[in-house]
Design a protein around this ligand. Structure first.
Ligand code: ADE
Length: 425
């Protein structure tokens, strides 16, 4: 059952008070979203719109849901990962009248039943973190896809999927690559993933990073963030990459770069952030040191070949600590897998801090308003839309103002110079 018959499905309504404190605490660090919410409350730009969101059910997401509701939308929320749901936050939202379908630790079937419960409400706009709702809208719910004005995509993995669908001519709904906005990936992916991934590893293990060899697989914005934070705490960071430009960038950032086959033998801690499958495979597991820690911070739990790890183990030590499982291998070594290979920053910690989700979710809110305004009467083109520069600039300007930071403006002469082409040496 996606719903318990009451129009929501959560672990425990009794957690609402704790959840409200958590959501209000996050709200204090989300000034841009708050300003957008206040504007929404005055103009009600989403009146008559149903928003169906499949996002990590966190305090930060709760504040985005509040903004949609202030805008006049009917809102429903389900989880974009079975281990990232904060049950108290879910209860707080239900207390505020927002239907939530998410339970921390839910199984595969319940996870999908919860997505269906959101799509059964026939949303006009959907929000995804990993494209799971959009995938259902192209398969089981294909008949509903025509009514969807647009779908927002929050994460790199989802945008990659959507661009692949568009390239194959398979995309049926207009989608917005919110992840690709500078106000999202430059801050959320880099500083958010950087800090929250380290936070998850530390909460799970209490490991000392100083002096450890920490292997970062993937030097995209998320990998860069983790590498820089780990380095700042004294780890010797090693980067593995398949992209020559990114590998070069890592090398010139002063990091060691090598293939995973070599890194496997020297790493103490491994973090995957590639968005691809089986980055750590059997041949790598076979070379790792006794006691190595394995964590994933990519969207799906496919980056570490857990099946191979299981097959190599003679015993799995469950709950060595919360979020830590030990794989006692037949050769006597033990490898430790964090958060079952799911995103460690959300499963073992609280995800990105609110101050950075502020920008991502203000962008989400403004793009939902944009989609409702531009796609209500006439369908938006079915393609992957980028966030308009004006919206990115607005979010960045509001964030700077909230931080009391002022910047320069171009003088008339400078503007003229930038437009000219006839002034050289
Ligand atoms: N993704 C990463 N961190 C998050 C958070 N705190 N809330 C929602 N989505 C997230």
């Amino acid at each position: 059952m996606g719903s318990n018959g009451r129009g929501y499905h959560i672990a425990d309504r009794g957690l609402a008070k704790r959840g409200l404190n958590r959501v209000d605490w996050a709200d204090q660090s989300m000034p841009v979203l708050r300003q957008v919410r206040d504007e929404f409350a005055r103009a009600r730009p989403l009146q008559g719109i149903t928003v169906g969101a499949c996002l990590h059910v966190t305090a930060e997401t709760a504040n985005l849901m509040r903004a949609f509701r202030a805008a006049g939308a009917k809102v429903l929320l389900c989880a974009s990962n079975p281990l990232s749901t904060q049950d108290d936050t879910a209860a707080a939202l239900v207390r505020e009248g927002i239907p939530v379908f998410a339970i921390h630790g839910e199984g595969h079937k319940t996870y999908y039943d919860h997505l269906r419960a959101v799509l059964d409400a026939r949303p006009d706009v959907t929000l995804d973190d990993g494209a799971d709702l959009v995938s259902l809208l192209h398969t089981e719910y294909a008949e509903s896809s025509q009514r969807v004005i647009a779908s927002m995509e929050e994460t790199t993995t989802g945008v990659i999927r959507l661009r692949a669908m568009a390239a194959d001519g398979m995309l049926k709904i207009p989608v917005v690559a919110v992840n690709d906005a500078a106000t999202k990936h430059l801050f959320d992916n880099r500083y958010g993933t950087g800090q929250s991934t380290i936070d998850g590893i530390l909460r799970a293990t209490s490991v000392l990073l100083a002096g450890k060899n920490l292997v970062v697989a993937g030097y995209g914005w998320c990998g860069k963030g983790v590498a820089s934070r780990a380095r700042g705490m004294g780890a010797n960071v090693i980067v593995t990459e398949v992209d020559p430009i990114k590998a070069l960038e890592a090398a010139m950032d002063g990091l060691r770069v090598m293939p995973m086959s070599e890194a496997a033998a020297v790493g103490d801690i491994f973090v995957t952030l590639t968005g691809d499958a089986h980055v750590i495979r059997k041949e790598h597991l076979a070379r790792m040191k006794d006691g190595a820690l394995l964590a994933n911070s990519g969207h799906f739990d496919v980056e570490i070949d857990i099946k191979a790890l299981r097959a190599m183990a003679k015993k799995v030590l469950r709950n060595v600590r919360p979020s830590v499982e030990g794989y006692a291998l037949k050769d006597g070594r033990t490898l430790y897998l964090l958060a079952q290979g799911r995103l460690v920053n959300l499963a073992a910690a609280e995800g990105h801090p609110p101050a950075v989700m502020d920008m991502s979710f203000a962008t989400q809110a403004l793009m939902t308003q944009w989609a409702a305004k531009n796609g209500r009467k006439k369908r938006l083109e079915v393609k992957v839309h980028d966030v308009p520069k004006a919206i990115e600039d607005r979010v960045a300007t509001l964030k700077l103002a909230s931080m009391s930071i002022k910047i320069d403006r171009l003088t008339a002469e400078q503007e003229q110079y930038l437009r000219s082409w006839d002034q050289g040496t």
